[in-house]
Design a protein around this ligand. Sequence first.
Ligand code: M6R
Length: 611
Amino acid sequence: MCGIVGYIGRKQAAPILLDGLSKLEYRGYDSAGMAIYDGTQINIEKSTGRLKVLSELTHDGSTMPGTVGIGHTRWATHGEPSDKNAHPHFNEARSIAVVHNGIIENYMKLKNKLINRGYHFISDTDTEVVAHLLDYYYKKTDGNIIDTITKVMHRVEGSYALGIIFAEHPDKVYALRKDSPLIVGRSDEGNLIASDVPAVLKYTRDVYFIENEEIAVLSEDAIEFFNSDGEPIEKESKTIEWDINAAEKGGYEHFMLKEMYEQPKTVRDTLTPRIKDGKIVIEELGMSEEEIRAINRIHIVACGSAYHTGVTAKYIMEGLARIPVEVDLASEFRYRNPILNKGDLVVIISQSGETADSLAALREAKAQGITTLGIVNVVGSSIAREADRVMYTWAGPEIAVATTKAYSAQLIAHYLLAIYFAQVKGMVTDEEVSEMLTDLKAIPAQIEMLLANKEHIQKIANRYVGAKDVFFIGRGIDYAIGMEGSLKLKEISYVHSEAYAAGELKHGTISLIEEGTLVTAIVTQKELYKKTMSNIVEVRSRGAVVLAVTNEDNTEIEKTADYVIYIPQTNKYFTNSLAIIPLQLFAYYVSVGKGCDVDKPRNLAKSVTVE
Ligand code: M6R
């Protein structure tokens, strides 16, 4: 999704904006641009392609003097990726420049009205409407900027985080948001706006999270905030605890590889604070034991990989705590008029905490008066702030579009929640809890072991760099693991891949198997071994090559599978945390082998802040 940055201070703005934009590259983009006030006028430079192109165009920013500016990386929604559609956008007099992340849903209606009033449009974007609308109200309010901005805010529908500069007020950067993320950073060297924290971390850890329909006005030495009526409001800054190195590659070739290697730490960090005196305690849940015992049903709602952790969680929560669980894709949940009852708990899972559909699902549940719990990674994100309760996954900043460490942390959060609820409901004995804790504590070292096996997996991956289709099969939790393995592969390597519940093969899927088709079979659930083994035999007899991921005691499988990757022994509910590691590595090496952009796969964005 688009990324916005802005700076006002004593230093030259362009290099700071370029640096900030580079920290937002992970969000996905197809073009980039900057608008900078040079002491006389606003200059814009923009171009399709990577940030490198903009850096070259401006000689690393040196050709753009000025200490006030805004910058943008665009992920096209309205209008193809092109120089003219890249942001920033000007009003006709080139006195107002705008950058935008989000979608102005009523832009057609506004555009027609503005055209009728004599405005001319250059681009095909929804954003250009904002530049002209600002121009219109600026004139109508005799240059009262706060009035202008609130009027625009009331006219536009949809989602936006906007950064604006006015040539007639060159000592200010203006910013506002609704449903798209926006933060303001305060530093001694000047003040900044950005879509996400990593873009400002180099300069400051003091950050304000802008709420919906709030306006921020930044000058060199001050930051003011206003509500949607244009009234001044007070806001408190938060100190970001992240280590700046967490947002850098640190010697790894790709962020994805670095983040895979951070998984042992992530698991430890998510687990350790919630284990006290041999028991699981999730203080941040703020739910009494009676409230937990009264939970009728849990609805897990999320998108993408977060949804896959929800599918795993269903098996575990139902298995351990015997609480019925429904798992929904957020984009479906929000429009299907879900039946939610008193005593239900809605759990929204999100790394970014900004995914538009997940946020909308959360709001839908809250509107129906249902208790909501956010399992979120980004501290202070919209879902974290709006959910009734938050359980953070302590994965730190995740930059690669393909999630790995946040996914692993989400799994741990689900295990903890399931064991905790089972503990409170008396469904597990102290001894069972203690055994599960022992297994949980072993996971980080086991992940390290699996990561150390990377060369073996790289060799297998190299053989499938040219694969047309790859299938993943499994039953129960193994099916959920397959869903994630398949998504990892297709999103970064563009190899077509699907996950199927192994028992479904005969109902159509098996006709896809051809001589040499790779089928990855996940076989970690002992009670389902025999069933999945039959499916492996079936696909092999139709020409498939089978890569099996299984427990270390299941050596029998070597007689049937072409390749075998063993995972160490753990509780049956925790196998996802281990089996996913070779599948992540497999996807990574296929992508590297194909020469794909591993961290920023085509067409994708890290956080999907539009519907
Ligand atoms: O930030 P979120 O966890 O809400 O994001 C949800 C999905 O967009 C995300 O998991 C996506 O599927 C990943 N890129 C997959 O690697």
